[in-house]
Design a protein around this ligand. Structure first.
Ligand SMILES: Cc1cc2nc3c(=O)[nH]c(=O)nc-3n(C[C@H](O)[C@H](O)[C@H](O)COP(=O)(O)OP(=O)(O)OC[C@H]3O[C@@H](n4cnc5c(N)ncnc54)[C@H](O)[C@@H]3O)c2cc1C
Length: 510
């Protein structure tokens, strides 16, 4: 296997794609993907279920159309802005920075620019925007030998080339279903496992959790982002699969967007990125998409022994920064509108929250300014800082959101049931009086603001988003153990040894 060897393609003339992709067959590879092209590409016969119903077309379904348009907006943003692309060494083509394998601090800065641009488009409310999982695969492609098998390593590199050259949106399902953690093996009965291999590929059956964006993506990365045990060989398989591949069933949770009353009442409905359990109904994964087979260590190693986890989580932190800054600003606006920001105690609360936002920003900059160096000349954001930040945000975000709820107090419940109240002459008059104004615009802008705050901290979507911040990096005990594993204990403990030696010497013991 040669690390930097391009896959089968000509250096000039038409490009031969590494994989036949149903989604991308009609586009010229190497083009930066535009929004309308993205929307057309996901009308591909994928099998998304909402309850008992099979969704005919996610781009027109009430629960997914709005979120799909947000993803389209992200692609429009990156394809229109030359500062969000780079020239890929292997191809000489302009490519989305999402797929840049970083070799320097400047490359990390470039990556941050893309994460920031996309996070700003959703104000951080899209956790698994297309730059999350693609960043992971890009990181895996920096150290493909972790697969432990030359052919699989080549497959992984070719997969990265495929998603890179077609500017694809990936989600991932990298957890076994419930129950797997209470028994000795992760290979519980209903967990996705290999049931057969043949010339055609590797047949898998069972559940894999939990693909955020699964209904909207082009591809699903399947693997194991939590440590496996020996004995888990049947589930120790990693691969990339098209969302519309035969047998891939996408079982979406309740799409909140489908229940939105209006943009004013549910201003964040379009930002419901969706989550889905994935059922593999005897899916035959072609051999050239297999990255790991029968290897518990390598399947987990793809995440933590490559820059994959770090590049992916760096996106998560940059996105969280956009979200917390947006929430803070909305809280300040609420305080201004309801006239309580003049109170020094409230200013103190807002100041404390602002300090946390700046600490997060400092952590993002620190991760980038002290890169971790990997083999083959690649770098990632600083791993120790990255895991510290994952731990911090997992612990802290709920407190931040609770402070917002304190500020919102009962105001969400003092409002009319929905914006329709402003269309009835009598109730409109009453609500203007409630807002102590004759000016409809003033009352309406307060109403909008209060609905926005509720959308961020109180609604069903807000509750899901809170759960996301708690669990996006994995369960707390695993997130903490990753910090334990990567912390530089040696140099810290050396200080303790040196101190003890010093005191012993002072007593004349040494
Ligand atoms: C909104 C949301 C979006 C998500 N998106 C994705 C995604 O895109 N892709 C993906 O693959 N996954 C995703 N996840 C899944 C996420 O990685 C898991 O929620 C997380 O790893 C925990 O697994 P679990 O939910 O199965 O809970 P469990 O592992 O069943 O844990 C339940 C509880 O028990 C505790 N617990 C379990 N075992 C132990 C132990 N040994 N020691 C101490 N405590 C323990 C856990 O901390 C937790 O509090 C998402 C989760 C959420 C909530």
């Amino acid at each position: 296997m040669e690390l930097d060897m391009p896959c089968a393609r000509e250096t000039s003339g038409p490009v031969i794609a590494c994989f036949q992709s149903v989604n991308s067959s009609e586009r010229t590879a190497f083009m930066l993907r535009a929004g309308d092209e993205y929307l057309a590409s996901i009308q591909d016969g994928r099998q998304v279920y909402v309850g008992r119903d099979l969704v005919a077309d996610v781009t027109t379904h009430r629960g997914f159309a709005g979120p799909a348009r947000i993803v389209a907006r992200l692609f429009d943003r990156s394809s229109a802005d030359p500062s969000l692309s780079y020239v890929e060494q292997e191809t000489g083509e302009k490519t989305n920075v999402n797929f840049l394998r970083p070799r320097s601090g400047e490359d990390l800065t470039l990556r941050r620019r893309l994460h920031t641009a996309w996070a700003d488009e959703s104000n951080g409310l899209f956790g698994r925007s297309p730059d999350h999982v693609a960043a992971m695969v890009t990181g895996m492609a920096c150290r493909p030998e972790v697969t432990g098998n030359d052919q699989y390593a080549e497959n992984l590199l070719n997969y990265w080339r495929h998603i890179r050259d077609n500017d694809l949106y990936l989600s991932f399902a990298v957890l076994p279903p419930a129950g797997s953690k209470s028994v000795k093996s992760s290979a519980v009965q209903n967990a996705m496992r290999v049931v057969e291999t043949s010339e055609a590929g590797v047949k898998v059956r069972g559940f894999k959790m939990l693909a955020t964006g699964g209904a909207l993506c082009h591809e699903i990365l399947v693997g194991n982002a939590q440590p496996l045990r020996s004995g888990d060989e049947a589930v120790a398989v990693s691969f990339g699969i098209a969302a519309n591949h035969p047998g891939v069933k996408i079982l979406a949770r309740k799409p909140y967007a489908a229940h939105a009353v209006s943009n004013v009442d549910d201003p964040l409905a379009d930002f419901d990125e969706s989550d889905a359990a994935i059922y593999f109904d005897d899916v035959v994964v072609p051999w050239d998409r297999i990255f790991v087979l029968d290897d518990p260590k390598a399947s987990y190693g793809l995440f933590v022994e490559t820059p994959g986890h770090t590049l992916g989580n760096a996106q998560a932190h940059i996105r969280l920064l956009a979200k917390m800054r947006f929430m803070l600003a909305a809280a300040k606006r609420l305080g201004d509108a309801l006239e309580f920001t003049g109170n020094p105690a409230v200013q103190g609360v807002l100041g404390g929250l602002a300090a946390r936002v700046k600490m997060l920003e400092a952590s993002v900059i620190a991760q980038e300014s002290q890169p971790t160096r990997w083999d083959h000349g690649f770098v990632s954001q600083n791993r120790e800082f990255m895991y510290a930040n994952s731990n911090w945000s997992m612990e802290y975000f709920s407190d931040f959101a609770t402070e917002m709820r304190h500020m919102l107090a009962s105001h969400a419940f003092q409002q009319p049931a929905d914006v329709g109240a402003f269309g009835n002459e009598y109730t409109r008059k009453l609500f203007l009086e409630l807002h102590r104004t004759d000016d409809f615009e003033v009352a309406m802008s307060r109403y909008r603001l209060i609905r926005l705050m509720w959308g961020m901290v109180g609604s069903e979507l807000a509750s899901r988003n809170n759960q996301y911040e708690l669990f996006y990096a994995g369960p707390p005990h695993v997130t903490r153990s990753r910090m334990y594993d990567c912390f530089d204990w040696e140099s810290a403990e050396a200080r303790v040894d040196a101190f003890l030696a010093q005191t012993a010497a002072a007593d004349g013991i040494a």
